[in-house]
Design a protein around this ligand. Structure first.
Ligand SMILES: [Zn+2]
Ligand SMILES: [Zn+2]
Length: 334
C-alpha cells in the first residue's frame, strides 16, 4: 500500500514527509484493520512532521482524524462487521488499570499512547486501531464532515464541559479556530449565549454568522459578565483578561496543550469571588461518544477544505501558512 511517512522530522521545506510503499499492516489480536476513506489534518500532524514533538516511532505515518471502514480484525475482536464505518482518534490505548483509568479519567493515564505519533495513523491506504478505541460513527454526516470532529471537535467538547457552563449561561470563547467554532455551535444549540473574543476579522464574521451574540477584540471586555470562558488561543497574557471578564463563581478552562507564560495574577482582582481556572488534557472515550452523538443531533459541522491524500504534503503546507479557514480533510486516493 502507499502511506506517508515522516522520514526525517524537520521544516516542511526539507520534505520531511515522503510517500512510501509498504505492506498493508497486520492487526494485532485486539485490533481492527481499517481502510482509510478520509483523514482530517490537525496541527499536531504538523508538529509531528516538523519535529516539534519528539520522535516516538521513526518513520511514523501521521493522522488521527480517520474515518474508514473495517477491512479485517485480529482473532480476539468481537462485535465489528466488515465494511462498518469507524473513526480512529488521537487517544489510541491506555493501560486500563491505573488509578486514573479506574476512576474514569483515562485522559490522564501515564501509559497512554497516541495515533499518528506512537503508532501509524491515517495518512495511508490502511491503518490499524485497537478495537476498544475505535469509535462507532453516527449516520447523517458524511466522511469529510466527520473527520475534523474526531480531534478538534472532541477537544472543544471536553473544554466546554470543563468550563462548567450552566444551562442557558453566558460563554466567552478566546480564539476562534477549528476547535472553537465547533464548540460554539454545540454551546449555541444547547441554549448558551456565546461571546467570541478574537483578533481575526474573518473569524469574527464567522462567529456572528454561526449565531454568536458578539464578536470583539480578545483584550476587550465582553458586553456582559461571563459564567464561563474557554481559552483556545495559546496566549498566557489572556488568562488574567479572561478571568476579569468572569462573573462571580465563573470558570475559565484552558483548552490548549501549549500556553505562553501567564503573567502574575492579582488574587483579589483576578481570582477572588470563587473564580476558577482549569486546564484541559486530551479526552476520554466517553467524551468522544457524547460529543459525536450531540454533533449528529445538532448538525455540528466544520468548514472543510478537501485535498486528495496523495497531496497531504500540500495540505500541511497550506495549514502552516494559514491559507484556509476551517479544517483540511484528505480524501483517500492512495
Ligand atoms: Zn489533533
Ligand atoms: Zn491508565
Amino acid at each position: 500500500m502507499r502511506a506517508w511517512s515522516v522520514t526525517e522530522p524537520g521544516p516542511l521545506d526539507g520534505g520531511p514527509l515522503r510517500l512510501t510503499s509498504r505492506p498493508v499492516p497486520v492487526p494485532a489480536d485486539d485490533e481492527l484493520l481499517v481502510r482509510v476513506r478520509a483523514c482530517g489534518v490537525c496541527r499536531t500532524d504538523l508538529h509531528v512532521t516538523e519535529g516539534d514533538l519528539p520522535v516516538r516511532r521513526p518513520g511514523v505515518t501521521p493522522g488521527h482524524e480517520v474515518v474508514g471502514e473495517v477491512a479485517g480484525a485480529g482473532s480476539a475482536v468481537r462485535g465489528f462487521e466488515p465494511g462498518e464505518r469507524v473513526g480512529v482518534a488521537w487517544l489510541r490505548r491506555t493501560d486500563g488499570t491505573c488509578a486514573y483509568c479506574l476512576r474514569g479519567a483515562e485522559n490522564l493515564c501515564p501509559a497512554s499512547s497516541y495515533t499518528g505519533w506512537d503508532a501509524d495513523g491515517g495518512y495511508a491506504a490502511y491503518t490499524t486501531v485497537p478495537a476498544a478505541f475505535a469509535h462507532r460513527l453516527p449516520g447523517g454526516l458524511d466522511d469529510v464532515d466527520l473527520a475534523p470532529l474526531l480531534c478538534a471537535g472532541i477537544i472543544g467538547y471536553r473544554a466546554l464541559r470543563r468550563s462548567a457552563l450552566p444551562p442557558g449561561g453566558r460563554l466567552g470563547l478566546y480564539g476562534f479556530g477549528g476547535s472553537a467554532h465547533l464548540c460554539a455551535q454545540l454551546a449555541l444549540a444547547e441554549g448558551a449565549t456565546v461571546h467570541v473574543l478574537t483578533r481575526g476579522a474573518a473569524a469574527r464574521r464567522l462567529a456572528l454568522d454561526l449565531g454568536a451574540a458578539s464578536a470583539g477584540n480578545a483584550y476587550a471586555m465582553p458586553p456582559e459578565p461571563l459564567d464561563s470562558a474557554i481559552l483556545f488561543a495559546p496566549v498566557g497574557d489572556l488568562v488574567p483578561v479572561a478571568l476579569r471578564a468572569l462573573d462571580r463563581g465563573g470558570t475559565l478552562a484552558i483548552a490548549g496543550i501549549h500556553l505562553t507564560d501567564i503573567p502574575p495574577l492579582g488574587y483579589e482582582r483576578d481570582l477572588f469571588y470563587e473564580r476558577q481556572v482549569r486546564s484541559v488534557t486530551a479526552n476520554t472515550r466517553e467524551d468522544a461518544r457524547e460529543f459525536l452523538a450531540l454533533a449528529a443531533q445538532h448538525g455540528v459541522r466544520a468548514t472543510t477544505h478537501t485535498y486528495p491524500m496523495s497531496r497531504a504534503d500540500e495540505a500541511l503546507r497550506d495549514l502552516k501558512e494559514g491559507r484556509f479557514d476551517g479544517a483540511a480533510v484528505l480524501v483517500n486516493d492512495l
